[in-house]
Every structure is written in C-alpha cells, then in structure tokens.
Write a protein that binds this ligand. Structure first.
Ligand code: ZN
Ligand code: FE
Length: 255
C-alpha cells in the first residue's frame, strides 16, 4: 500500500514531509525546519509520528527537532558518517541501508554535494524519494561542501530511479530555478510549458513540489548535462557530462 505523503511548508521557503503507512499507522517525518506547522498536520490527521528522518545537518532542516520530540517520542534516523554534527540519532544509516515506515521499506542513498553525507530516502513501493537539497524541482542544491563531480554522481543515482517516482525536495526555489533553466535551454518545449505551470502555481501561493522524476529528466538542466543541445549551447560539445554539470552549476551560482 503506498505511503500517504503530505507536503508541509515551513519557515520562509522550506518543506517538511510526512509519510503515513495506512497499513500500520506508522508515520515518518522528513526534516524538521520548525515544529509548529508539522504539529498542526499531525493533529489534523491524527497520525502517530514514529520515525524522523534527517537528510543533512543544516539548521533549516533540523531546528524543530527538540520541539517535536518533546511532544512525540519518535525514533530519529540520520547518516552515521555525519553523526558528529547531527542532533542525537537513535538509528544511524549509510548508503544502501534499509529503513522502514511501518510496513513500507526504503533505502538510503548518499547524495553528497550540497553537504558531504547528505542522504536521500527512497521508498520504491509508493514510489517516492525524499531528496531535500540534492535534487530539487528544476534545480539542485548549492555546493557548500562537495565537488561538482560528487553532486553529479549523486544526481545520477537519483536519475536512474523509476520515472514515476515522486521527488520531495526541501525548498520552494522553483520559480527562480525556472528562470535560470530557460537560460540553459530556451527552446525546450517541455521546460517552457513547465515554467508556465510553475508561474501559475507560484502566483497562487501553491507549492510547486513534489514533482515527478520524469518531468525533472525532461526539464531540469542539472539532470541534462549529457544532452547534445545543452552541450552545444554551452560551447561544450562532447564534453564530460560532469564538466558540463559543473559549468551549469557555476552559471547558476552567478545567476
Ligand atoms: Zn541545506
Ligand atoms: Fe535547505
């Protein structure tokens, strides 16, 4: 039975997600930017919070944890390799490890780049992947710690998941990502129509996430470094896709 996923806007432009297993009643929380909006959804749904999954150590993904734990004694899961700078973990995980929300099994994917030891959580049966600041809607996280090669490898791991996978990312950055994406691929029809949709959603204050992996593959420039048309546009015909990715990321940082 698929997980029931709720998108929860937090702070200025962050998202947390709740994923509820109807079979067992277990509920997972992915990142804790702040407690109040998450508590509101838990109270509204009556879901029992059982597991809290942390993606990376940045304050805007963990700051609400103590307040949540004071109300709900859930298990806290995070990357073993990053435990020194994460809040106290009950379960440490590394790439390939199995995680669970009730009867739903997931897998840990190392998506280092934005930070080293940033992890994503993939639940194939739903199917959904919680990517936070690695793969984002029409974008990817800024490289605070990793190299472009590391982030490119991380995105490649996500790109090979089934195309119908729902991508739950950490921020509402899609409108500005869309403007940038058009500078890389001004003639991509799928991108042009997605940008129109994003504009309508944004104008109406509606979340542009989650997205579907298939649409990211068709429109997200950071997943398209091996496209000959993009390489030509950048004057990098036949270049190593990781180098093309590095150029796109560098342009985004200046955008
Ligand atoms: Zn971050
Ligand atoms: Fe963030």
């Amino acid at each position: 039975m698929p997980l029931d996923v709720r998108t929860i806007p937090c702070l200025e432009d962050n998202y947390a997600y709740l994923a509820h297993d109807p079979a067992t009643g277990a509920t997972g929380l992915f990142d804790i930017p702040e407690a109040a909006p998450i508590i509101a959804v838990l109270e509204d749904t009556g879901w029992l919070l059982t597991d809290i999954f942390i993606t990376h150590h940045h304050w805007d993904h963990v700051d609400g944890l103590a307040d949540i734990l004071s109300k709900y004694p859930a298990r806290v899961i995070g990357a073993e390799a990053d435990k020194a700078r994460l809040p106290k973990l009950d379960v440490v995980v590394r790439e390939g490890d199995r995680v669970e929300i009730g009867s739903e099994a997931g897998t840990v994917i190392d998506v280092s780049g934005h930070t080293i030891n940033h992890i994503a959580y993939h639940f194939p049966e739903t199917p959904v992947v919680f990517t936070a600041d690695s793969l984002m809607a029409l974008g990817c996280g800024r490289l605070f710690e990793g190299t472009p090669e590391q982030m490119y490898d991380s995105l490649e791991k996500l790109a090979v998941l089934p195309e119908n996978t729902v991508v739950c990312s950490g921020h509402e950055y899609t409108a500005s990502n869309a403007k940038f994406a058009l500078t890389i691929e001004p003639d991509n029809e799928a991108l042009i129509s997605r940008v129109r949709q994003v504009e309508v959603l944004t104008q109406n204050g509606i979340a542009t996430v989650p997205s579907i992996l298939a649409e990211e593959l068709d429109t997200n420039p950071f997943l398209r470094a091996n496209e000959p048309s993009i390489q030509a546009h950048l004057g990098m015909d036949g270049a190593d896709p990781a180098a093309v990715f590095a150029e796109i990321r560098a342009r985004k940082d200046r955008f």
